[in-house]
Ligand binder design. Structure first.
Ligand code: KG4
Ligand code: ZN
Length: 358
């Protein structure tokens, strides 16, 4: 089974081709184009600008994904294209949540391709898609791990940490999960982005804070760990952002070292608050499998500290985190999820849903 995945929920335009053989899911191609230079210039994503960029790049990105997945020997572009299309068994597309203009670009393109190529269309919830990056077992991509060992087993605690969502769920089976808790205000990624802005760092802030934090001391500035005392599975990050804003106001102009120290404290505080709730959940439900997904899962400190907290639990717990390039938005995770979902009966009626939740 070979699936072409399409993802355009935020500012990325992404297409990927994945193949499932038995339990193995392999990436044949994975293309992501983002308007990163525009984001850095304007300090974030401007929805209409993002959608315009996506309209321009969607077809070239899909063509590149197909061309790099299937090497063809013919010199004719048309027969190459026919050959590539003939290899695809289904098309998967993100239909929400996200920016409506951006989602429409992917959804309408996927519907058109499914109808003209006569292929089944599989709609994928972007949030669920993030988790399925953990089921990708191998990739030919340069620089990526040759084989990612062991996919998650059920029951499994899932933590989704992205720019717009922070959710904790208990997966009982594929696509069958119980919602345990989520953020009451800002998402973890959003907090990284807002704090980065306060420190004068460009968007997206998570990788910038992580980089600066490497030379900082997390104990120089003490920040409150959100929701530490609450015994539920909820998160909250708007108070942390306000604490950082107040601290900067009180301290005045920060030296480069102070900025690094503060970045380190912010990163440490977010990481600790996330891990606290994951540990609470595995203890409460007596679970030995954890999977993390979403852009913030690319954070190295989160990975290292989660590994060491999990080890200190005494029993053998398996931790699954995708490689960094599969944590941030991509179409490979959408195609991967589609292997476990059903096609829509009538592609024409598929509608983008910007407010979709888990
Ligand atoms: O999943 P994602 O790519 O897009 C959404 O669905 O939102 O997540 C983007 C978020 C941004 O807030 C970004 O700052 C954060 O993930 N992020 C990171 C890192 N890489 C991306 N946060 C912390 N450390 C990172 N290395
Ligand atoms: Zn995402």
């Amino acid at each position: 089974m070979i699936i072409l995945g399409i993802e355009t929920s935020c500012d990325e335009t992404a297409a990927a081709v994945l193949q499932k053989t038995g339990k193995q899911i392999k990436i044949l191609s994975n293309v992501v184009a983002s308007s990163a230079t525009l984001q850095a210039k304007y300090g974030g994503v401007i929805p209409e600008q993002a959608a315009r960029e996506q309209l321009r790049s969607i077809i070239p990105v899909i063509q590149e994904a197909l061309t790099s997945a299937f090497k063809s020997t013919s010199s004719s572009k048309i027969s190459n294209f026919k050959f590539q299309i003939s290899k695809i068994d289904a098309i998967a597309v993100t239909y929400g949540p996200g920016l409506i203009g951006s989602l429409l670009v992917g959804v309408e393109t996927a519907k058109t391709l499914a109808l003209t190529w006569n292929k089944p269309l599989i709609p994928v919830n972007h949030l669920l898609g993030h988790f399925y990056a953990n089921w990708i077992t191998s990739t030919h991509l340069p620089g990526a791990q040759a084989h990612l060992e062991g996919v998650p087993k059920f029951p499994c605690i899932g933590l989704l940490v992205s720019g717009g969502h922070t959710d904790l769920v208990l997966f009982e089976d594929y696509n069958k999960y119980k919602y345990l808790g989520g953020t009451r205000d800002d998402a973890a990624g959003e907090c990284f982005d807002k704090c980065a802005r306060l420190l004068g760092l460009p968007y997206p802030g998570g990788p910038q804070i992580a980089k600066l934090a490497q030379t900082g001391n997390p104990d120089k500035f003490i920040l409150p760990i959100p929701m530490r005392e609450s015994k539920d599975f909820d998160f909250s990050y708007s108070g942390l952002k306000t604490a950082v804003a107040n601290l900067i106001k009180e301290t005045g102009k920060l030296s480069q070292q102070e900025k690094a120290d503060l970045a380190s404290s912010i990163e440490q505080t977010i990481v600790t608050s996330l891990i606290d709730k994951v540990v609470l959940a595995i203890q409460h439900y007596n679970i030995d499998q954890i999977m993390v997904a979403g852009g913030v899962a690319a954070n190295q400190r989160l990975k290292e500290e989660l590994e060491s907290r999990v080890k200190s639990q005494g029993k053998k717990i398996k931790l699954h985190i995708p490689p960094p390039e599969l944590c941030t938005d991509n179409a490979a995770m959408i195609a991967s999820a589609a292997f476990f979902l059903n096609p829509i009966k009538n592609p024409v009626i598929l509608q983008a849903n910007p407010n979709l939740s888990l």
